[in-house]
Design a protein around this ligand. Sequence first.
Ligand code: APR
Length: 248
Amino acid sequence: MSQAISDRETALQHARELLQTCDKIVCFSGAGLSAESGISTFRDSDENALWSRYDPTQLASPEGFAADPKLVIDWYNWRRRIIADAAPNAAHQALAARSDIVQVTQNVDDLLERAGCKPEAVFHLHGHITHDRCHQRCGFQQKVDLANPPDLRSCPMCDAPLRPAVVWFGESLPQWAWQQSEQHCLAADCLLVIGTSASVYPAAGLIQLTKAQGGKVLVINTQASGASALADMELIGPCGEWLPALLS
Ligand code: APR
């Protein structure tokens, strides 16, 4: 067996042994979880990374939406069509097969749910691209057809513009999702940190919450990240390869 494979097998065995000692496991995921489904990440070094091609302040902020609402809606609808064509990858499926693992995700796609996770067991810290909501928060929200998303339109209840039900820079996180995620991370004896640069707060602060109360941090990423310094163990490589072997 080559050195690399034996190192991989050893690392996998250690990670499996770590998980076997834990019964309160939380998975904290980012865009890397959906990368192998063909959905671009935000900060990867490849040319497809969204923030290397687009200005987040122009497309993912209330100011950007006010300046050019049609541009923002068209950009989200372009992402929606990609997500509509995407399928859950092996990492989503491995996580969905473990209903004992609490899912806390920064991702706005629905691939964990499409892989079989119960919607009520997935806490979306940055919202849902699958829905539109009233920009003035009058309460109106509506699921959209990702394959044929609606153009810029007004709220039928208050006439304010409708926008994707996602969290933009400068906006607050959904209270319920945040509170539940905090509680689970404070109680976790292991936090799986999957495919995130761990560079956006307050979400990334969840890792420190688990660490500070003595929980273990197991990171899976294709490269070093903001989570590396807090990792008790780090598996470098695609999560679509590591997770099926780790969680089966
Ligand atoms: N397997 C594991 N990790 C991967 C894979 C993969 N197949 N592909 C990419 N990665 C890693 C990258 O190395 C990177 O560390 O996933 C991470 C993706 O980081 P970001 O692009 O920064 O995405 P994320 O951490 O989810 O960003 C957080 O920032 O722009 C906001 O709202 C947006 O929710 C997002 C937040």
